[in-house]
Design a protein around this ligand. Structure first.
Ligand code: GUN
Ligand code: ZN
Length: 466
């Protein structure tokens, strides 16, 4: 019994997780009660890092409570670890840079910041700092852009592996200086060399433990057509194997970017920005397209049909003045949408703060159509925001067999959130009349201070940055 007792852990608290998207078309502000499980008081039972049971505490089999090690988080909310589908580890020291809109901001702040990762000591230190920020915010899985440096990408994967995290990442591919805006020494030396580096990284890290590799052309403006085709070939080739790759990039974030991309790739005769990537073989399942602000219904249909994911990055889209992501249209088209931070374009690592901004972006969709009846006015419920930050992200990344919910067999990555972490949260929470209202206050007022503990495979995550 002693061995089993040690191996089984029973976490007590208010347990919330999802089976689907709670959005109900035509009933704004409501949530589908069949899309989520809420157990209060609830229990989450973990053995060997895997969920074996979750439910109401009074229904928890005695075997678990009698023999397991009980960890009492009653008074707190337990949800699956947050999934951040779009973030840059190379921008740790460039968050909050006053660079204006996308292209000058990249030129003046991001490329110079990312170039520092050529120094292995700096890279190791910054990457450890980056993971500490994710985990203190309750984020246990992310789809991450590193830099163009293969060594810094090795360091990223090594640190993620050491922390036993489920991460998707890849070396940035950049071989075009975009009109002289990228220093030459930051670019890949050639498409052939970049391909070799990718193949080496894929061989070393793809499917090492919980890690997965994403082919990562930065965006159309910093890649030649040859590089995009090489990236597309890597992806397509992998689809014939049992270990297909992921693809991540930026898509139609900013109007100036879209105009330049259409002009640059006119020889491909693209229908849209997305079509540039599609013509190079990059569009399909396990894609994660950042932003997708300036896309149309034909793009949405292609994204949905190809089971590609899209990252809605509200803090970044506002910070860089990129535009308002149309969550409603994306949902109607059945695109797999996730909620992302896009740090350093985003201004917070916290997925709670990201929910806060997402709510405002959705609310702004009501500004112009004054004729909308109240029942049709767009809103983002707190339950749906939590869905997007957990199971929605896992689905968009095609990782929901592993993470994103508490169904038995899922990896036990979860976060414990304290309703009373700050005086303001505590007071607002006490005044809330319903669970949904309480959850909304947490999504709006919460940040890393509300994270009491993050667990990875059932173990508390500890900071490692010195
Ligand atoms: N487009 C190309 N690179 C980037 C980047 O680093 N951040 C954002 N937000 N958009 C980009
Ligand atoms: Zn980005």
């Amino acid at each position: 019994m002693t061995g089993r007792r040690r191996r089984t852990k029973v976490f007590l608290g208010t347990v919330l997780h999802f089976t689907g998207d709670p959005w109900v078309p035509g009933h704004e502000g409501e949530d589908d009660p069949d899309a989520y499980h809420l157990y209060d008081p609830g229990a989450l039972v973990v053995r060997d890092g895997v969920v074996v049971w979750s439910g109401h505490l009074h229904e928890c089999p005695r075997d678990f409570t009698d023999d397991g090690h009980v960890v009492d988080h009653r008074g707190c909310l337990i949800v699956p670890g947050f999934v951040d589908p779009h973030i840059h580890s190379g921008q740790v020291d460039a968050i909050a840079s006053p660079g204006g809109q996308l292209l000058p901001w990249l030129r003046d702040y991001m490329y110079p910041a990312e170039m520092r990762f050529s120094d292995p000591d700096y890279a190791r230190d910054a990457i450890a700092f980056f993971f500490d920020r994710l985990l203190e915010s309750g984020t246990t899985t992310a789809c991450v852009f590193t830099t163009t440096h293969p060594q810094a990408t090795d360091a990223f994967f090594a640190e993620a592996h050491l922390r036993r995290l489920r991460m998707v990442s890849g070396k940035l591919l950049m071989d075009d200086d975009n009109g002289g805006t990228v220093p030459k020494e930051y670019l890949d030396r050639s498409v052939e060399e970049a391909e070799e580096e990718c193949r080496r990284l894929i061989g070393k890290w793809h499917h090492t433990g919980r890690l997965r590799y994403a082919v990562s052309p930065r965006f159309a403006l910093t890649s030649t057509v040859a590089a995009l085709r090489m990236a597309g070939d890597l992806y397509q080739e992998s689809r014939q194997t049992g270990r297909p790759l992921w693809v991540q990039s930026h898509l139609a974030e900013n109007l100036d970017e879209v105009r330049r991309a259409m002009e640059k790739f006119r020889d491909l005769d693209p229908r849209s920005y997305l079509d540039v990537y599609n013509k190079c073989g990059l569009v399909g399942p396990r894609n994660m397209w950042g932003h997708a602000v300036w896309i149309d219904d034909a793009d949405r249909a292609l994204l949905a049909d190809s089971r590609a994911g899209v990252a809605f990055n509200p803090t970044s889209n506002l910070f860089l003045g990129s535009g308002l992501f149309d969550l409603d249209r994306a949902r109607h088209a059945e695109v797999r949408v996730a909620l992302g931070t896009d740090v350093g374009g985003g201004t917070s690592y916290s997925m709670l703060q990201t929910m806060n901004e997402a709510y405002k972006v959705v609310a702004l969709a009501n500004t112009y159509p004054e004729h909308l009846e109240e029942k049709d006015r767009k809103t983002l419920t707190a339950l749906r925001a939590f869905y997007l930050a957990t199971l929605g992200g896992a689905r968009a990344l095609h990782l929901d067999r592993h993470i994103g919910s508490f169904h038995p067999g899922r990896e036990a990555d979860f976060v414990v959130l304290d309703w009373a972490a700050t005086a303001l949260l505590k007071r607002r929470t006490e005044a809330a009349r319903t669970f949904r209202e309480r959850l909304f206050a947490l999504a709006t007022l919460g940040d890393d201070r509300a994270v009491k503990q993050t667990y990875v495979l059932g173990e508390p995550a500890r900071p490692r940055h010195q």
